[in-house]
Write a protein that binds this ligand. Structure first.
Ligand SMILES: *Cc1c(COP(=O)(O)O)cnc(C)c1O
Length: 372
C-alpha cells in the first residue's frame, strides 16, 4: 500500500464546494487585499488563541521577523533560540540584524531546554524565541520566568503548533507574542503563503499593523521603514473555513499518534516521541528516532511509504551560518536528533489501514536490523 507523507487532496476534497464559494465571494467583492475577510479572520484567530489581537502577515517568517522589529530588536542585540528548528526561525533573527544564540533542546519534548538559558544570556540579550517543534509547546513556565527576571521579550515560534496547549493555554498566548505560519502543509494551512502574530499587547499589535503596511499609520504617511507583508483576502476566506475544524483535525492527528505510539511500544531500536503531561500536542510532525536511519528510510521507501526528515542538519551546522564559528558537538542533543529523526506519514485524513501499513514496515525493518 502506498502511504503519502501528506495528502493535500484528501484534506480538501470534502469541502471543495465551500472553498470555491468563499473564493467566489472574494472575486465578487473585489476585496483581494485585506478588508472584511482579513479582519474577520484576525478576530476569529485571536479569539481562538485567547489573545486580544491577531495581526495577519504574509508568512510565518515575516511574522517572526516583523515581531522582533516591532519590539525594537536589531543590530547589536542577541536572541536566544534552539538549533533544532526550521531555518526560518534563524533567518528572521538575522534579518533584524540581531545575533542568534543557541541553547540545546530537551530530548523528551525536542524543545528548548530552559536549563541552558543561564549560560546563553548576556547583557546584549533582548529576547528568547522558543520553538514549539512538531506541535508540542516548549517548557514555557521556566522560559517566561527566566525572561521576566532578565527583562527579556518572549517570542513563540508557533508555526507548527496551531491549537496546541501548555497548562491549558493555547500556544501563541504564552509569551509576549506568538508567531504562526499558514503555509499549506501546516495544521492550519492556507492555499498559499500566510502568517499571523497573536498578542495581548496593544502597542505591539499597533506597531505590527504599521510595519506590515509600508510603515504607514495613515495613508501616505510613512512613519517608519516598513515592508509589504499582507495576508490576502482569498487566504483569509479559506483560513476562516479551516479554522472551524482545526480542533477536529488536531484530534484526528492525536488519535493517529496514539496508534503509532501503542504499536511501537517496546520495539527495539525505536525511540518514540513523548508528550509532557501538562501539554496538548497537535502532532504537526510525528518523528520517531532510530540509529540506522538510512536503512530504515530505504526499507520504508521500498514499501511505498513516504517519509521525511525534520531536520537533518541543525541550524548551527548550516552552511549559511558557517561564519558564526559553530562546530559539530556544540549542541549534542540537537545533533543526535538530527541524525536519528524520521518523520512518519501524519495528517488528519490518514486511515487506520495506512497507519498499520507504516507500523508493519517499521517493525520489519527494526527486526531485520536488530538481528544483523
Ligand atoms: C514553517 C515554519 C516557519 C516559517 O513559516 P513560513 O510561513 O513558511 O514562512 C517558521 N518556523 C517554523 C518552526 C516552521 O515550521
Amino acid at each position: 500500500m502506498k502511504v503519502p507523507f501528506l495528502d493535500m487532496k484528501a484534506r480538501h476534497a470534502a469541502g471543495k464546494r465551500e472553498f470555491l464559494q468563499a473564493i467566489g465571494g472574494i472575486i465578487d467583492s473585489g476585496d483581494f487585499c485585506g478588508d472584511a475577510a482579513v479582519e474577520e479572520f484576525e478576530r476569529e484567530f485571536a479569539a481562538y488563541c485567547g489573545c486580544r489581537h491577531a495581526v495577519s502577515v504574509g508568512s510565518g517568517t515575516d511574522a517572526l521577523w516583523l515581531t522582533m522589529r516591532a519590539m525594537g530588536i536589531g543590530p547589536g542585540d542577541e536572541v536566544i533560540t534552539v538549533p533544532m528548528t526550521y531555518m526560518a526561525t534563524i533567518e528572521a533573527i538575522l534579518m533584524t540584524g540581531a545575533k542568534p544564540v543557541f541553547v540545546d533542546i530537551e530530548e523528551m519534548t525536542y524543545t528548548m531546554d530552559p536549563a541552558g538559558l543561564e549560560r546563553a544570556v548576556s547583557p546584549r540579550t533582548k529576547g528568547i524565541l522558543p520553538v514549539h517543534l512538531f506541535g508540542q509547546p516548549a517548557s514555557m513556565a521556566p522560559v517566561t520566568e527566566f525572561a521576566s527576571q532578565h527583562g527579556l521579550r518572549v517570542i513563540e515560534d508557533a508555526a507548527q503548533a496551531h491549537g496546541a496547549e501548555y497548562q491549558a493555554r493555547k500556544a501563541g498566548s504564552l509569551g509576549h507574542a506568538g508567531c504562526f505560519s499558514f503555509y499549506p502543509s501546516k495544521n492550519l494551512g492556507a492555499f498559499g503563503d500566510g502568517g499571523a502574530v497573536v498578542t495581548d499587547n496593544d502597542d505591539l499589535a499597533g506597531n505590527l499593523r504599521v510595519l506590515r503596511n509600508h510603515g504607514q499609520p495613515s495613508k501616505n504617511r510613512h512613519a517608519v521603514l516598513g515592508w509589504n507583508s499582507r495576508l490576502d483576502g482569498i487566504q483569509a476566506a479559506v483560513l476562516r473555513i479551516k479554522l472551524r475544524d482545526l480542533d477536529a483535525q488536531n484530534a484526528r492527528r492525536r488519535a493517529h499518534a496514539a496508534r503509532y505510539h501503542a504499536a511501537f511500544e517496546g520495539v527495539p531500536g525505536i525511540i518514540r516521541p513523548e508528550c509532557a503531561a501538562d501539554r496538548l500536542h497537535v502532532h504537526h510532525i510525528h518523528a520517531i528516532r532510530t540509529r540506522d536511519r538510512r536503512r530504515m528510510l530505504e526499507h520504508l521507501a521500498a514499501q511505498g511509504i513516504e517519509c521525511g526528515v525534520h531536520y537533518p542538519l541543525p541550524a548551527h551546522l548550516q552552511p549559511a551560518l558557517s561564519n558564526m564559528g559553530f562546530r559539530r558537538g556544540d549542541f549534542p542533543g540537537s545533533e543526535r536528533c538530527a541524525a536519528e529523526f524520521i518523520s512518519l506519514p501524519m495528517f488528519a485524513e490518514l486511515t487506520a489501514a495506512q497507519i498499520d501499513c507504516v507500523v508493519e514496515a517499521v517493525m520489519e525493518a527494526s527486526g531485520a536490523f536488530a538481528s544483523t
